[in-house]
Design a protein around this ligand. Structure first.
Ligand code: 5GP
Length: 203
């Protein structure tokens, strides 16, 4: 079966990790791409599993080498999707999921138009604040910065193919799985499958 590139964006704290964990439990062929970031690892995060944690110098070197399909700054740190993390898996027919913020999602839309783009939205801002605070991984100032950024991200929701409201994780998982399965059927019938543009020349 042909590969599918899936972009999932949505504000910090909306539950992207939980929902995508559920999606991967249901869809054996789905996997998340591991991004590079300059932010520090959280206590439960491991190199190569949650992110490739790199120094700012190394990140800049990767940008210069055109190693990223997309990259963006978020809350003072850099994040990027490595082309190598995606291309080979797509070629093997996998469903490759990018869990990224909205600027990166816009870059992917331009470079891989056949990608399926889903925006995961919170039921409302109060619920987002509650989830971010309950997670306890950011201090108050960082929570406020992420909420400010969430307002900007929500304004971009309409540019996505689909908006899924994460009111209940199980329901949101089922909806995302259905969207992925429908997109795969649709692209197969159109003979379109995701291919990454070549580095520099293909941008
Ligand atoms: P966090 O610091 O909470 O892990 O991630 C902060 C934000 O950066 C989240 O919205 C997350 O989805 C996004 N993000 C993670 N990896 C990437 C990436 O490779 N590219 C972009 N553009 N955003 C990313």
């Amino acid at each position: 079966m042909s590969g599918l590139l899936v972009v999932v964006a949505g504000p910090s704290g909306v539950g992207k990790g939980t929902v995508l964990g559920g999606v991967m439990d249901v869809l054996d062929e789905a996997e998340k791409s591991v991004s590079a970031t300059t932010r520090e690892p959280r206590p439960d995060e491991r190199e190569g599993v949650h992110y490739h944690f790199v120094e700012p110098d190394e990140f800049a070197r990767l940008v210069a080498a055109d190693a990223f399909l997309e990259h963006a700054q978020f809350a003072g740190h850099w994040y990027g999707t490595l082309r190598t993390a995606v291309a080979e898996r797509l070629a093997r027919g996998r469903v490759v999921i990018l869990e990224i913020e909205v600027q990166g999602a816009a870059q992917v839309a331009e470079r891989v138009p056949e990608a399926l783009r889903i925006f995961l939205a919170p039921p409302d801002m109060d619920e987002l604040r509650r989830r971010l605070a309950a997670r306890g991984t950011e201090d108050d100032a960082q929570v406020e910065a992420r909420l400010d950024r969430a307002r900007v991200e929500l304004a971009a929701a309409d540019s996505f193919d689909h908006v899924v409201v994460n009111d209940q994780p199980d329901r949101a998982v089922a909806e995302v799985v259905e969207l992925i399965e429908r997109a795969r059927r649709d692209r197969i019938s159109r003979g379109a499958s995701a291919r990454l543009p070549e580095g520099s020349s293909g941008r």
